[in-house]
Design a protein around this ligand. Structure first.
Ligand code: SF4
Ligand code: SF4
Length: 352
């Protein structure tokens, strides 16, 4: 792995050169939030963006797409939405989110609808600074050693650029003169200082190592029903989570000769229909049962299988859930604390 230096005023010329190779996508401002979007005008790129509303998974598996066309004679795969892309500005936690999806979409049957866009999307990571909702230091996903082609650390005077793959190296070779191989002692000291200051900037900390046991011990704890009473079953927490990957398929048929379509769309385990089977039986009819499934998967089951939680500490559920059901408030409840969250206050009012 090589680390190069890029002066700040060389970033746009670099992006100009690489955007001739593939569609360039990056975080841009969307109101007071951020979203990944295709960019031609690089001044739109939000270099200091916090989390995007939807993570990079939307580039790999769109929320809604056609898998194949079918007729009575057979079917024809449709990957027309897949194109060569360069995704710039992906934060370390979101790269870990993609590494989690890589495991899930290859564990039994490799999923071509995920793997093909994944292969054709180059990942250019960018360092970030935590806000009060980030807790990726607790999940050890604030740093990343794999899963990117290039990674840019944004220091005050320059970028340090990690080359993570031969494809990343090829991008550098398009304009090698923009980069400097000679890092000075001052650059190294600046980087070490930046890293220490960034580590100290995290305001939220969660002890993930205790959570699998606490999930087991709290399996019948009353707070699950309190969560269920407040939850709106809107599905937002799963839509914004970089590691949530459930989907459903439905067939669209047309009159006449027009081929039918097999549509794949994001699904959510918090929605009532998720656990419904033929005949109308629903194995998780109650909202608390569905929430318990979600947290069991994030904090316990994935840990037993892969040795780490399937939460990357991005803070999206913290800023998205309208009733403050999120990893932070649930972890506090598991620890026996009284979280100052909407759902907890609702439960207190109900018992008055
Ligand atoms: S559970 Fe919440 S904080 Fe963790 S990765 Fe998902 S959205 Fe981010
Ligand atoms: S936990 Fe919050 S975001 Fe998730 S479904 Fe319930 S209300 Fe919606």
């Amino acid at each position: 792995m090589r680390i190069l230096k890029l002066q700040k005023n060389c970033l746009f010329p670099f992006l100009e050169a690489i955007s001739k190779e593939a569609e360039l996508w990056a975080p841009v401002a969307k109101g007071d939030k951020f979203a990944f979007d295709r960019v031609a005008d690089f001044s739109r790129i939000a270099m200091n963006a916090t989390r995007t509303i939807i993570p990079a998974k939307k580039i790999m598996v769109p929320a809604n797409f056609n898998m194949f066309h079918f007729t009575e004679k057979g079917y024809k795969e449709d990957l027309s939405h897949v194109t060569d892309r360069i995704l710039f500005g992906v934060h370390a936690c979101d790269i870990h989110g993609l590494l989690t999806l890589d495991k899930i979409f290859t564990q039994v049957y490799p999923d071509p609808y995920y793997l093909e866009p994944r292969k054709r999307t180059m990942i250019l990571g960018l360092s970030c600074w935590p806000d009060e909702h980030c807790f990726c230091k607790s999940t050890h996903t604030h740093i990343v050693e794999e899963g990117y082609d290039l990674f840019f650390t944004n220091l005050e005077s320059c970028f340090l650029v990690w080359i993570g793959s031969s494809r990343g190296d090829d991008l550098i070779r398009l304009v090698p003169d923009l980069f400097d191989e000679n890092l000075t002692e001052k650059d190294i000291k600046t980087y070490i200082q930046w890293q220490a200051e960034r580590d100290n900037a995290f305001k939220t900390e969660i002890q993930f190592v205790r959570l699998p046991d606490l999930m087991e011990l709290n399996y019948r704890a009353p707070f699950w029903e309190e969560l269920g009473a407040a939850c709106l079953a809107c599905g937002s927490c799963t839509m914004v989570c970089p590691t949530c990957n459930c989907y459903n398929v439905m067939d669209k048929q047309f009159l006449g000769e027009k081929p039918g379509q097999r549509i794949r769309h994001w699904d959510s385990c918090t929605l009532p229909e998720y656990s419904e089977v033929a005949g109308g039986e629903n194995f998780r009819e109650k909202k608390f049962q569905r929430l318990k499934l979600w947290y069991t998967h994030k904090l316990q089951a994935y840990v037993s299988k892969y040795g780490k939680p399937s939460c990357v500490g991005c803070g999206r559920c913290l800023v998205t859930c309208p009733v403050q059901i999120n990893v932070k408030t649930v972890a506090a409840a598991l620890e026996g604390q009284e979280p100052e969250a909407f759902w907890k206050n609702l439960a207190k009012e109900a018992t008055r």
